[in-house]
Write a protein that binds this ligand. Structure first.
Ligand code: R5P
Length: 325
């Protein structure tokens, strides 16, 4: 092989933050590779330090970090890792953020509010990221907040496969728990060949994390209701929806959500009798004490690994989803 050919050879490296090492290890295993040796630690005053144990010069680097609590710390760690890669001459840097942090703050709903999802994109850019990869971002337009390629992956195929094997579509009604999820729920309804119902949810803008259900649009009586959402945080959206559905005569309520944020009191209230099963992915770590018998966790690692393979090999990420969204 000539020197010119050698110089053109690309090398993929996977860097893992400290938030969810299991997911990074699973992605590495799917790609039949190892994580790049990385040292990361936190000083007594809270400042974070990161350094790579081997050269990263000329590499196609993917920095994997899950943004669970303490979210600001893990975001900062990822920024610092991107900065270290840039200063050590990595050729291309991709931020892999399976759960995009601050995605729910994607617009001003009242005066004098920030647009934090945009700020996060700017921070990634300023640190040196060339591209971003994320799964089921809260609002698709967040892709446009980053001035560069944004690979938006979908957990739907993984979740759909699970429910196709578990449910009889002729009994199912797909339920959007609020107006914001209608488009995604509509795709679920098409894929399953099941009707759609929509819940009119209200939040008081002055009281965080409180939810009231106003009305259900659609036929749910005697049906198995499959609520689909991008994330479960405190669990109140899902529990209130499930309660309303059961009170309206639903014979079962199952839940599909991509991101298990599970802030308190989620794991306690999700065990409500109104909910028969909750199925999530592992974009975020779910410790043992936040699991229960009617929770099922599906692996997102193959989806992310395939996307990394496509990006590195200059293939197609879109083709992976075959019109899933
Ligand atoms: C709302 O727009 C989101 O899709 C989720 O439904 C919501 O953020 C979940 O929050 P919680 O679980 O705290 O109700």
């Amino acid at each position: 092989m000539s020197e010119v050919e050698l110089a053109g050879k690309k090398k993929l490296i996977l860097i893992s933050g400290r938030a969810h090492p299991q997911l990074s290890a699973d992605i590495a295993r799917e790609l039949d590779t190892e994580l790049h040796p990385t040292e990361a630690r936190t000083f007594a005053n809270g400042e974070i330090y990161a350094r790579f144990g081997e050269s990263v010069r000329g590499t196609d680097a993917f920095v994997i970090q899950s943004h669970c609590a303490p979210i600001n710390e893990w975001l900062m760690e990822q920024l610092i890792m991107v900065d270290a890669l840039k200063r050590a001459s990595a050729k291309r840097i991709t931020v892999v953020a399976p759960y995009y942090p601050y995605a729910r703050q994607d617009k001003k709903t009242r005066g004098r509010e920030p647009i934090s999802a945009r700020l996060v994109a700017d921070l990634f850019k300023a640190a040196g990221a060339d591209r971003i990869m994320s799964v089921d971002i809260h609002a698709a337009q967040i892709q446009g907040f980053f001035d560069g390629p944004f690979d938006h992956l979908f957990a739907m195929p993984v979740l759909l496969e699970h429910f196709r094997a578990q449910l009889d579509p002729s009994e199912v009604t797909v339920v959007s728990p609020d107006m914001g999820r209608v488009r995604v729920a509509d795709i679920w309804s098409d894929k399953l060949g099941a009707p759609l119902a929509i819940i009119h949810k209200r939040r008081d803008p002055l009281v965080p994390n409180q939810v009231t259900v106003h009305e259900i649009v659609g036929d749910v009586e005697g049906r198995v209701c499959l609520i689909v959402d991008d994330l479960i945080d405190t669990g109140r959206t899902i529990v209130k929806a499930a309660e309303a559905l059961k009170n309206a005569g639903a014979k079962g309520v199952v839940v599909a959500a991509t991101h298990a944020v599970f802030s308190d009191p989620a794991t306690e209230i999700l065990q409500s009798d109104f909910i028969d099963k909750v199925v999530v992915t592992d974009t975020l770590p779910i410790p043992e004490d936040k699991r229960w018998d009617r929770l099922e966790v599906l692996s997102i690692a193959p989806t992310i690994a395939n996307a990394i393979r496509e990006v590195f090999g200059e293939g197609s990420v879109t083709a992976m989803f075959d019109g899933a969204a």
